[in-house]
Design a protein. Structure first.
Length: 377
């Protein structure tokens, strides 16, 4: 009953034009409503580690929205949870380091330094100062980054760290030469157009190239030509041995077919891609690797309103990957103009953790859209 009530609250918010406006211009009020709901859900996450992770992500989004006060409180909440981890938890200091890295990335140097002071293990503290210092350098704070070298006791590690900072500063100061510009503008013409794609002999190169150009033709409104090229891409994909490339190609074929308004074909292509993508995912995970191939599948299911299908796919991925993909899927779907579908998908999640993460993804996309619009003015 409680879960149903929470879902009803979010659905109401998504349909209330005062909270989730359906126009293109996203208001601060809308984003604030989403993040407030995400924070409320976060406080209900039972697993301490999961709650800590979500508090950090809520804090990151709050800071990005301009609400540094709430963000600092969220980071403090996360750090307090880490303090409550059982004594046998070996990664507590690693989690503290991760919080400090996020704070440094956001520009909260004071907060990051305070978090670094909570790290107990000497070797972990040195590593934390190094990674946070590198983050400061990436933001252009070279002076602050150099100061952190004093916390690195190992002479060799400290020297390597200072050399890295110096190299980064030199790269920032260096003015690109005309030769650099010419080299960066060079491109591979092997997939320059459909004719070039036809000349490719290797299926693993030809199939995705045809899928790409089929999608381009669909974008240009040439539906018949697009579907013909996409059909060839689909046929060529059956010769691709690499599971990831084959699944990716079928996903791109499905996207192009949908844009060409052939949803029946698109649905079939996506259904064909699903077991291949999941097989590729399991194979890569067996070797401790990572791939976004399944996330792309889920994104398309959500975009097309197939909430049940999206959730069914996610059930087949590992728990840690699911935590990452909840936010990533929602963000990508909103970024492609499907906020309504993303919110519907978020509210379909049973656990408070997953709902919160999906809502953070929605807010993240809206924040990026708002900030891009502001910078373009």
């Amino acid at each position: 009953m409680a879960a149903l009530m929470l879902t009803a609250v979010i659905v109401h918010l998504s349909l209330n034009t005062g909270s989730f406006a359906q126009d293109e211009t996203q208001s601060d009020t809308e984003i604030r409503s989403i993040l407030t709901e995400a924070a409320r859900l976060t406080s209900q996450v039972e697993n301490l580690q999961d709650r800590m992770i979500v508090w950090v992500r809520v804090g990151w989004a709050n800071w990005k929205s301009g609400d540094s006060t709430s963000a600092k409180r969220n980071f403090d909440d996360a750090l307090e949870l880490i303090d409550k981890f059982p004594p046998q938890e070996r990664f507590a200091d690693f989690y503290r380091q991760s919080v400090a890295e996020v704070q440094a990335e956001l520009g909260d140097t004071v907060g990051a330094d305070r978090t670094l002071g909570r790290i107990k293990d000497d070797s972990q503290r040195e590593e934390a100062f190094r990674t946070v210092g590198m983050e400061q350098a990436r933001r252009g704070d070279f002076k602050g980054a150099i100061v952190k070298a004093a916390a690195i006791q190992n002479d060799e590690n400290r020297e390597e760290y200072l050399q890295s900072i110096s190299k980064m500063q030199q790269e920032v100061d260096r003015v690109p030469s005309p030769q650099d510009t010419e080299e960066s503008s060079e491109s591979d013409d092997s997939c320059a157009d459909v004719a070039a794609a036809d000349a490719i002999s290797a299926p693993e190169d030809k199939a995705p190239c045809l899928a790409y150009w089929g999608g381009q033709l669909a974008n240009e409104g040439q539906a018949n030509a697009a579907l013909e090229v996409l059909s060839r891409a689909h046929q060529e994909s059956s010769l691709v041995l690499d599971l990831t490339v084959r699944a990716y190609t079928l996903e791109q074929v499905a996207v192009g077919q949908a844009r060409a308004e052939s949803m029946n074909e698109a649905t079939r292509s996506l259904a064909e891609a699903e077991p291949i993508a999941l097989a590729a995912y399991r194979k890569i995970k067996a070797h401790h690797g990572w791939t976004s191939i399944v996330q792309k599948l889920v994104e398309l299911r959500v975009e097309w309103g197939d909430i049940e299908g999206a959730n069914s796919i996610l059930k087949q991925v590992e728990e840690n990957d699911r935590k990452n993909e909840m936010q990533g899927v929602a963000r990508a779907v909103v970024a492609k103009g499907h906020k309504k579908e993303a919110l519907e998908w978020a509210t379909s999640q049973i656990s408070s953790r997953d709902r919160a993460l999906a809502l953070i993804g929605v807010a993240d996309a809206l924040l990026s859209s708002t900030q891009s619009a502001d910078s373009g003015r």
